[in-house]
Design a protein around this ligand. Structure first.
Ligand code: 5RP
Length: 208
């Protein structure tokens, strides 16, 4: 069983509610939050999450690409986040962030950028619901998947069987089977789903 998480980053921002309606049959909505520091881009804030929360029942998988995730956990949870993921690269105290996410009532995830080895996730990884393996350099949608990240997926799946392993970046009909073979449980797909003529068909084919 694999879950499909369309990434809002690839949606038409001038009509977000309608775009979310097109992917209503997905398993969750992936929301990329970028701070212009951790990544060289700015994207979506809590006001957008709150507005979309009123338009859909899809679980919100909020990916914080930011240097200060602790400061924003409460605000994104209140806006409607169900899963909150932070980046291991900007945290000396990942346990504290995980505890804060759990205390907020959300499920906790960690994301790991391409240059960071799987081993950066210590024994505290056992407290995670989700691990996001970045298969592109974070910051922009529409990039090609770095296939050499797939062994990381395999390794993390084996090491943390309680967590769902998510792949993020460059997922399409060609790369999805490879991700699934490596053990991925969640496929984040922005461009391939939102730019498809029929997003529902695209999601079904990605999941097959
Ligand atoms: O996290 C991201 C970029 O940092 C995006 O979620 C990711 O790139 C998905 O977009 P696409 O499917 O277009 O590659």
């Amino acid at each position: 069983m694999v879950y499909i998480a369309p990434s809002l980053l690839a949606a038409d921002f001038s009509r977000l509610a309608e775009e979310v309606g097109r992917i209503e049959r997905a398993d969750m909505l992936h929301v990329d939050v970028m701070d212009g520091h951790f990544v060289p881009n700015l994207s979506i804030g809590p006001a957008v999450v709150e507005a979309l929360r009123k338009k859909t029942k899809l679980p919100f998988d909020v990916h914080l690409m930011m240097e200060e995730p602790l400061a924003y956990i409460g605000v994104f949870r209140q806006a409607g986040a169900d899963i909150i993921t932070f980046h291991i690269e900007c945290q000396d105290q990942p346990q504290a962030v995980i505890a804060a996410i759990k205390a907020s009532g959300a499920r906790a995830g960690v994301a790991i950028s391409p240059k960071t080895p799987a081993e950066a996730i210590g024994p505290w990884g056992e407290d995670l619901s989700q691990i996001t393996v970045m298969t592109v350099e974070p910051g922009f949608g529409g990039q090609s998947m770095m296939l050499d990240m797939l062994p990381k997926v395999y390794k993390l799946r084996a090491r943390f069987p309680q967590a769902l392993v998510e792949v993020d970046g460059g997922v399409n009909l060609e790369t999805a089977p490879l991700c699934k073979a490596a053990g991925a449980n969640i496929l984040v797909a922005g461009t391939s789903v939102f730019r498809a003529q029929d997003p529902y068909l695209e999601m079904r084919c990605l999941a097959m």
